[in-house]
Design a protein around this ligand. Structure first.
Ligand code: GLV
Ligand code: MN
Ligand code: MN
Length: 438
């Protein structure tokens, strides 16, 4: 299909430059002296929301911070006769502005900023200067989600779950490392926990959700390709595991009298790797490990570890968790240890809607001039806000090449050239969707 977007290469290059500069600007909003860390309901969260709101207004959007702290920009459809048409559903573009600890500067952020550049490209002023005359059959929204990573409270996708209407009241008692509950943090941020339901959108309000994101893995880089269509997003479960043994004197306790929780936890981490490696498209990570009492001369009496489990399909993920549970029973039994698990996050695999996949594919093809091969279609091993939005809207995703596949690390990168192609492809995808809706 022919390209629908009418814009010049200079405008696309300027858009990409703005995205890169703004990623740098947002990277300076951090809670740490060096490195980047921005978590949900923090001072840094409030600051990046203010910046995003300013940039949303700059491209003509009206703005609001929703009841869960997500920053929302909206451009109503305006009919060709110049009448605002606020009741049509919105096509939502977006991603998140929160980060992991010691993060890169593009994960999530680049998708929000690209969404704003798409609005800038598609916007045509009304003759009377009051709004936007759009050939689109939907409104456009850009959402900067407030918590995708789950860095502060362990539970991921809090911001987008509120928008999807899947907020679980059990989450209010989740605590951060300082013992602050999610409920208390809401109040501290100036939000009213009783009103979180007001962030929820109804399916009939949304024409779909489109997210651009860096790949966070090496597939595109290894294939020498810059953009891809996402077919689905991996299902995920996260657990906090506790291993209980007995703390005793490090010198005086013979090996056959020890019940060392750290050694049990270490064997558990190795078992996770072994079991997942034997599977197709399963990956498990132990990213946190703490021992108690944590003294150099005491056998660890207790170990706390995290487990992040991802699979292409929910059934495989759950079957593998069952295998891990059985293996941990064996390991801990042999070592005289007890163990328990608390599940802190669960998200099913989400499949991108064929219509949105087609639109993204057309967007890439018309941007990169791809011939018969077409762009790569890959499944996302990382989690995204689109997973939560899948409960309330059709979702689609566009991936950008991530050099060396490194993400959740300060060296995370994306090139300005790929951001330029990606932004153009995203704008084109919006127009393809508009054409498909008629
Ligand atoms: C988010 O980046 C995740 O996949 O954990
Ligand atoms: Mn991330
Ligand atoms: Mn992300």
């Amino acid at each position: 299909m022919a390209a629908l977007l009418r814009t010049d290469p200079g405008a696309v290059a300027a858009a990409a430059r703005r995205v890169m500069d703004r990623c740098d600007e947002l990277a300076r909003v951090t809670a740490t002296d060096d490195g980047i860390e921005r978590v949900y309901l923090s001072e840094e969260h409030a600051r990046v929301n203010r910046l995003a709101a300013r940039w949303m207004r700059e491209v003509g959007m009206t703005t609001r911070q929703d009841a869960a702290g997500n920053q929302v920009g909206r451009l109503d459809r305006v009919t060709p006769s110049g009448t605002p048409d606020p009741d049509v559903p919105a096509l939502m573009l977006g991603s998140h502005l929160d980060t992991v600890p010691d993060a890169g500067r593009y994960d999530g952020i680049v998708g929000v900023l690209m969404g704003l550049e798409v609005v800038r490209m598609l916007r045509a002023p009304c003759p009377d200067g009051t709004g936007w005359r759009s050939p689109l059959p939907f409104a456009l929204e850009v959402v900067a989600f407030s918590d995708e990573e789950g860095t502060r409270f362990g539970k991921a996708l809090l911001g987008s779950s509120a928008v999807a209407g899947t907020w679980d009241p059990d989450w209010w008692s989740l605590t951060d490392d300082d013992g602050v509950t999610l409920h208390e943090a809401f109040v501290g941020f100036g939000l009213d926990p009783a009103r979180v339901g007001e962030a929820a959108r109804r399916p009939e309000e949304l024409a779909g959700y489109l997210e651009a994101h860096i790949e966070q893995g090496p597939e595109l880089d290894e294939r020498g390709e810059s953009l891809a269509v996402v077919s689905s997003i991996a299902s995920a479960r996260r657990f906090q595991l506790v291993v209980e043994g007995e703390a005793r004197h490090a010198g005086g306790t013979p090996y056959d009298r020890r019940r060392d929780a750290l050694l049990g936890a270490s064997e558990a981490a190795l078992a996770v790797e072994r079991i997942c490696r034997a599977e197709h498209h399963m990956i498990g990570t132990v990213g946190q490990l703490e021992t108690y009492p944590g003294a150099v001369n005491v056998v660890p009496g207790e170990a706390h570890l995290s487990l992040d489990l991802r699979g292409e399909l929910d059934g495989d993920r759950d079957r593998v968790w069952g295998a891990i549970e059985r293996e941990l029973d064996t390991i801990m039994g042999r070592r005289g240890l007890r163990w328990r698990a608390r599940e802190i996050h669960s998200a099913p695999a989400v499949f991108c809607a064929p219509l949105l996949q087609d639109a993204v594919r057309e967007g890439i093809v018309s941007t990169l001039d791809r011939g018969v091969d077409g762009p790569a279609t890959i499944f996302s091993r990382a989690g995204h806000d689109a997973m939560a939005l899948g409960a309330v809207a059709d979702v689609g995703m566009l991936f950008l090449r991530n050099p060396d596949g490194i993400s959740h690390h300060p060296d995370e990168d994306v090139s300005a050239a790929d951001v330029a192609s990606g932004t153009r492809a995203l704008a084109e995808a919006v127009l393809q969707l508009a054409a498909a809706r008629g």
